[in-house]
Design a protein around this ligand. Structure first.
Ligand SMILES: [Mg+2]
Length: 225
């Protein structure tokens, strides 16, 4: 057995012993199809046509060629409660998350959305059967936050006290929030804007859909979820 297999075997044993895992899941473009909505909205508001597959930058102002004022209008529209509630679920997200919760794991949705979006975001989760998933708004993007002067309900110092075993995230700009957890397995949800990014270490794995995420976690824990 190689060192790598040995160490993987060891991690599987640890995970089996520690049955209640803590799982971090990002909201936009992990749970729901936010970028597809913005692609349609850019046509409607500014006549800018960039199909989903061509959204190669995480920064939407860069992707759609928007000036500061346009970007602000764009973000305000995209964060209106009725819009947040309308985002389509990424196929399989709620059923896989509910399976994980039913196996005793704790799932926390850690979003970079501002706290002003908390209530409709909570409602979206509830409408999609995710009442048992926690929800926190964390300032992931600093001064480049989606809406200016936003507030968040999870302070950085409190976030760093949390422990996670798995994370599902699509933005390479959020990877820095995983640096303090050397054993964390990061499942990068495949999106056009993260295809060129380099993964910081071998704990990162690209995932193509929720079925893929389900099977990786299942293999890792040895559970029949
Ligand atoms: Mg995201």
């Amino acid at each position: 057995m190689t060192y790598r297999q040995n160490s993987l075997q060891y991690k599987v044993q640890i995970a089996k012993k520690d049955e209640n895992m803590q799982i971090y899941v990002d909201f936009d473009d992990c749970l729901c199809e936010t970028a597809r909505y913005f692609s349609r909205l850019a046509v409607e508001m500014f006549g800018k046509k960039v199909p989903y597959e061509e959204i190669i930058f995480f920064e939407l102002d860069k992707t759609f060629g928007l000036n500061e004022e346009q970007y602000e209008q764009f973000m305000i529209r995209g964060h209106q409660p009725e819009v947040l509630l309308s985002y389509e679920e990424t196929p399989g997200a709620s059923s896989v998350i509910n399976e994980l919760i039913s196996c005793g794991h704790e799932v926390s949705i850690i979003t970079g959305r501002p706290f002003s979006a908390f209530e409709p975001s909570r409602r979206w989760l509830d409408n999609h059967g995710l009442q048992k998933a926690n929800l926190y708004c964390l300032n992931k993007y600093g001064r480049d936050s989606f809406l200016k002067n936003s507030e968040f309900n999870l302070e950085l110092e409190d976030y760093y006290k949390m422990h996670f075993d798995f994370a599902v995230e699509d933005s390479s700009r959020a990877f820095r929030f995983f640096d303090h957890l050397p054993d964390l397995r990061v499942l990068v949800f495949d999106r056009p804007w993260n295809r060129e990014c380099e993964f910081p270490n071998e704990n990162y794995t690209r995932c193509f859909d929720w079925e893929n995420i389900r099977s990786i976690i299942k293999k890792y824990t040895g559970e029949s979820i």
